[in-house]
Design a binder for this molecule. Structure first.
Ligand SMILES: [Zn+2]
Ligand SMILES: [Zn+2]
Ligand SMILES: [Zn+2]
Length: 246
């Protein structure tokens, strides 16, 4: 957790050059996000009076008398010059996510962001398998929340893959369960290039391999491989299978 938001407040003249050119003066609060996005807020409504999202450059100058900011993105320039400073501060920030509990050892709050569960007080980050949901139940071994992930079957496992591995659970259930459509060897459950695969046992003589979709096996395809029910509908383990009819 190393990101901060900087906040400046005061009587400022704000000048925007570009498509929405205008100059305004008032007592405002300027928010500078970790990605350099600048938002100038006045007393009214939710919308900033001026802003520049992720500018190419941002310079901030402060002295005893006040502060000045210049943000540039192509032709657009946002300038804020303080006539009188009310305050200035810098605060640590994180992504905000859905709360999913706390760390059993440290009590650190845990939130779910798009693809991870992250801690608010540290660099703690647990990547989630595609389509996984975080459960209310906690792991018997470590106390972290459990997750529900679909990878052929439904697996309810620990959030921390070093505590309980989805790969191991899938391997236990599906290793050598399916047959390579190209050479008849068993398909092995392996992780390669960051993806969980059903790959041919005859590798490297046969390099057939299929990424295991986030879904549950519901049927058998005419090609002999399993059919998965996924969030985007039914599909053969082989995404390019000619025999599969939806
Ligand atoms: Zn655990
Ligand atoms: Zn094969
Ligand atoms: Zn098929």
């Amino acid at each position: 957790m190393s990101e901060t938001i900087r906040v400046f407040a005061g009587d400022c003249t704000t000048t925007f050059e570009g498509a929405r050119a205008r100059t305004q003066r008032g007592r405002v609060v300027i928010v500078v996000k970790p990605d350099r996005t600048v938002l100038v807020h006045d007393a009214d409504g939710y919308q900033p009076v001026a802003w520049l999202t992720r500018p190419d450059s941002l310079t901030v100058e402060t002295d005893a008398g006040g502060f000045g900011l210049v943000a540039r993105a192509g032709e657009q320039v946002l300038r804020v010059v303080a006539h009188e400073r009310s305050g200035e501060a810098e605060y640590p920030v994180t992504e905000a996510g859905v709360p999913v509990g706390s760390h059993p050892d440290t009590g650190e709050p845990l939130v779910r962001t798009s693809g991870d569960v992250v801690g608010l007080d540290s660099d703690l980050r647990y990547p989630l398998p595609a389509g996984a949901t975080v459960l209310d139940e906690t792991c018997d071994a470590c106390g972290l929340p459990k997750i529900r992930a679909e990878a052929g079957g439904v697996f309810e496992i620990c959030l921390d893959r070093s505590c309980e591995s989805l790969d191991d659970a899938v391997r236990e259930r599906y290793d050598r369960e399916w047959t390579c459509p190209d050479c008849g060897s068993d398909l092995r459950i392996i992780r390669r290039g960051g993806r969980l695969l059903a790959g041919c046992d005859a590798y490297p003589d046969c390099d057939t391999a299929f990424a295991i979709p986030a879904g549950v096996v519901v049927d058998e395809c005419d090609c002999g491989l399993p059919v998965f029910e996924t969030a985007r509908g039914r599909r053969c383990l082989d995404a390019t299978c000619d025999a599969f009819e939806a």
